[in-house]
Design a protein. Structure first.
Length: 199
């Protein structure tokens, strides 16, 4: 989890207005764990090519979702799930008046009823980083759909290491039989895994 993702946007000059709105809400709510701007720009670019339906787990206060919505083409539907009621309410307020964006207060597994997705961002549940189950890309993605898992630490060798041990969460996605996946280094201390559903 990006501990300073909200603060990392500070003083950046060219943020989309909706991202600014979400950042203001996150700050007002005291929420520091928004995605980093490097990740925001990545998912915004991917959203531009995901005409149809975009999903996200872990809305937080809506910063990542705002990056997605800012990049998405007109007509694209976006749904994000957040289990914390207060954060879900804050995020819903950020996107009030944008009928193409839906914030759902629920466990991330609610997305199984909302897909399939052309782009799916895992940022709170379903990442396979903790004890919970990893999301199933075959059930959640449409044909050629793309999955993004945020917030890994760059590790040059194979297997990738985290805290001196093989990073099993990252390997889960990189070696997933249903995905063609790779990692993108976004900053010296940040990388994401991006995978496309195999036919
Ligand atoms: C890293 S923050 C998300 C940041 C957000 N995507 C952004 O870019 O601003 C992770 C969020 O996931 C939520 N979360 C964690 N586990 C969850 C679950 N099982 N289902 C839904 N939300 C979950 C947390 O409450 C937290 O708000």
């Amino acid at each position: 989890m990006s501990e300073r993702g909200t603060d990392a946007h500070q003083d950046l000059p060219d943020l989309p207005p909706l991202v600014r709105r979400a950042l203001d809400a996150a700050r007002a709510h005291g929420f520091g764990h928004s995605c980093r701007p490097e990740q925001g720009r990545l998912i915004s670019a991917l959203a531009a090519g995901a005409a149809g339906r975009i999903g996200e787990t872990g809305t937080g206060c809506g910063v990542g979702l705002a990056w997605l919505a800012s990049g998405a083409a007109p007509g694209t539907r976006l749904v994000s799930v957040e289990r914390d009621p207060a954060r879900a309410a804050v995020a819903a307020e950020v996107f009030a008046g944008l009928p193409q964006v839906e914030v759902v207060r629920a466990d991330w597994t609610e997305l199984y009823r909302r897909g399939p997705f052309d782009l799916l961002v895992l940022d709170g549940g379903g990442q396979g980083k903790d004890a919970g189950p990893a999301a199933d890309p075959r059930r959640l993605l449409g044909p050629g759909g793309t999955l993004v898992v945020d917030d890994f630490t760059p590790s040059p060798g194979r297997p990738p290491l985290f805290r001196g041990r093989p990073d099993t969460a990252r390997l889960h996605w990189l070696d997933h039989p249903d995905l063609r996946a790779t990692e993108l280094v976004l900053a010296p201390d940040l990388c994401s895994v991006v995978g496309t559903l195999r036919p």
